[in-house]
Every structure is written in structure tokens, then in C-alpha cells.
Ligand binder design. Structure first.
Ligand code: ASP
Length: 267
């Protein structure tokens, strides 16, 4: 059996779930789960509804720096603060498969993308510019801006389980408002993403909170009683958090706010 599950970020409207079902149904046609999750995340990176790739939010200085990651059992690749590329998730995959490293960051990541043939691409949109104005207002008003008024956490992720083989991918423009150089949970294994022993998970929410909890690894450790553990996590968080994935053959969608998600299966 092949299954894939997608999310459009915690806080995203469930009205977008039908669109994500469609992206899931396209992506499930690949043979390999890694191909499927990368394809699914690319659809969402190219869709202005989401905060990843084109449509990413801007840093407080007006720049766009993106994070993305892929993971399979036993291997991982990510890019941190990459700029001027269309599909960061594809670069993360190329880091995993085409370098001796697992993470590339900043100008090194962007330079690597160029070497791999990713042309210069400006992902900024009018929506991102408008959001930046709001972010700057919040940030000037309150030094703890990030926590009092997070404006955007609608990152994207996908997990596929093809005949028990699991792959996960995710991509984000980051939680807004945020400083240039800030790194969230997305490119950190065990925080925003984790795959091991028939379990695969991707997370969304304020990255700092996800990193402090090492949320994805913590839930893997408690996978025998996943739903109960999630209730404890949700009860102890005043912030928006969400995860999707597979616990063995069983898909799960857990979030403390609305979260668009999509699903497809093929017997
Ligand atoms: N977790 C992402 C970050 O903090 C944001 C999100 O989930 O939308 O960068």
C-alpha cells in the first residue's frame, strides 16, 4: 500500500485541505516515497497560499531566507537560510544525495544550488511585502514580538509511507516576525522532522518552541502512546503546534489549531 499525508502549516485554513488532497493524489503516483514527498512539497512551494518557496515571508530586513529538509530512515539533508531559489526542498535532497554533508547553510547553500543548476529566482510576492509591513509594526511595538503576535507559521510538509518505506520533507519561509539569520525547526532533524523504524513525522508551529521540545524525536520516543503524548504537549503549549505523519501504517494529524492537510492512498 502507498500512502501520503501533507500539511499546509498550523493556522492554515482547512478550506485549503481539498487543494492538498489534490497535491497528494498527484504525488502518490511516484514509485519511491522520497520522490513523492519532494514532489508534494514542490507543489506547495510553488503555491502562493503557503509560506514556503514562492510566497515565503520576509525577514524584518525585507530579505527572504528559506529552510527545507528531507529525511529517510538513516539519512538526512537540509538547507538553512538559502536565498533566491525556487525549490529549496530539491536542494535539500541534493545535499543529502550529492554531498558528503547533511546540512548546508546561507551563502554556501545558495552557491551549491547554483552549481546544481538552480537558476537565480526571486520568491518575493506582494502578499509577502504586505505581511512585512504588519510584521514591522508588531516588532516595533513589542520586543517579544515573536511570541505575542506570531503572524505567519504556515509552512508546508509531507510524509509518505510506501510499503513500509517512509520519507519526509518540509519547507518554510519561517515564522514571522523574525530577524535575518534566524533558524527554525524545519532544517533540524528531531525537531521539525524525523524518520525511523516505520515512524515518520513533520512538525509546524513556532520553530523555537519545536526545537526546545525536540518535538519530532520526543513524539517518536513515545510512539506507543502517541495521541496521549500529544495531549500532554498541546496542554503545555500556549503556542500553535501541529504534526502529521505515519505511526506504522497509521496516518496521524495532530494540531492545537486549524491546519490544512491532504491525504491520498493507493492499494
Ligand atoms: N516551523 C516553522 C519555523 O518556525 C514555521 C512554520 O511551521 O510555519 O520556521
Amino acid at each position: 500500500m502507498r500512502q501520503i499525508i501533507l500539511h499546509g502549516g498550523v493556522g492554515s485554513s482547512s478550506d485549503l485541505s481539498a487543494l492538498l488532497d489534490k497535491y497528494a493524489s498527484y504525488s502518490i503516483n511516484y514509485e519511491d516515497p522520497l520522490d513523492a514527498v519532494v514532489a508534494a512539497v514542490k507543489y506547495m512551494e510553488d503555491d502562493l497560499n503557503f509560506n514556503a518557496g514562492t510566497g515565503s515571508t520576509m525577514r524584518l530586513d525585507g530579505s527572504i531566507q528559506m529552510d527545507a529538509a528531507v529525511m529517510i530512515d538513516g539519512n538526512f539533508g537540509s538547507v538553512i537560510n538559502i536565498e533566491y531559489v525556487k525549490n529549496p526542498v530539491q536542494v535539500a535532497r541534493e545535499v543529502m544525495e550529492g554531498t558528503p554533508h547533511v546540512i548546508l547553510c546561507s551563502d554556501g547553500a545558495t552557491k551549491f544550488a547554483r552549481e546544481k543548476g538552480h537558476p537565480q529566482y526571486d520568491p518575493s510576492t506582494d502578499k509577502a511585502k504586505k505581511r512585512l509591513e504588519d510584521a514591522r509594526k508588531v516588532a516595533t511595538k513589542d520586543p517579544r514580538f515573536f511570541y505575542s503576535s506570531p503572524l505567519s507559521v504556515d509552512t508546508v510538509g509531507a510524509v509518505a509511507n510506501f510499503e513500509g518505506k517512509i520519507a519526509a520533507a518540509l519547507s518554510t519561509g519561517g515564522s514571522s516576525p523574525m530577524m535575518r539569520g534566524r533558524v527554525g525547526d524545519t532544517p533540524i532533524p528531531g525537531s521539525g522532522i524525523f524518520v525511523k523504524d516505520g515512524f515518520g513525522i513533520v512538525a509546524t508551529g513556532i520553530g523555537e518552541e519545536i526545537i526546545r521540545r525536540q518535538l519530532s524525536f520526543a513524539l517518536y520516543c513515545k510512539k506507543e502512546r502517541l495521541e496521549d503524548e500529544w495531549k500532554i504537549v498541546a496542554a503545555n503549549s500556549e503556542f500553535s503546534l501541529g504534526v502529521v505523519g505515519f505511526n506504522g501504517q497509521k496516518p496521524f494529524v495532530l494540531a492545537n489549531r486549524s491546519m490544512a492537510h491532504g491525504f491520498a492512498t493507493v492499494e
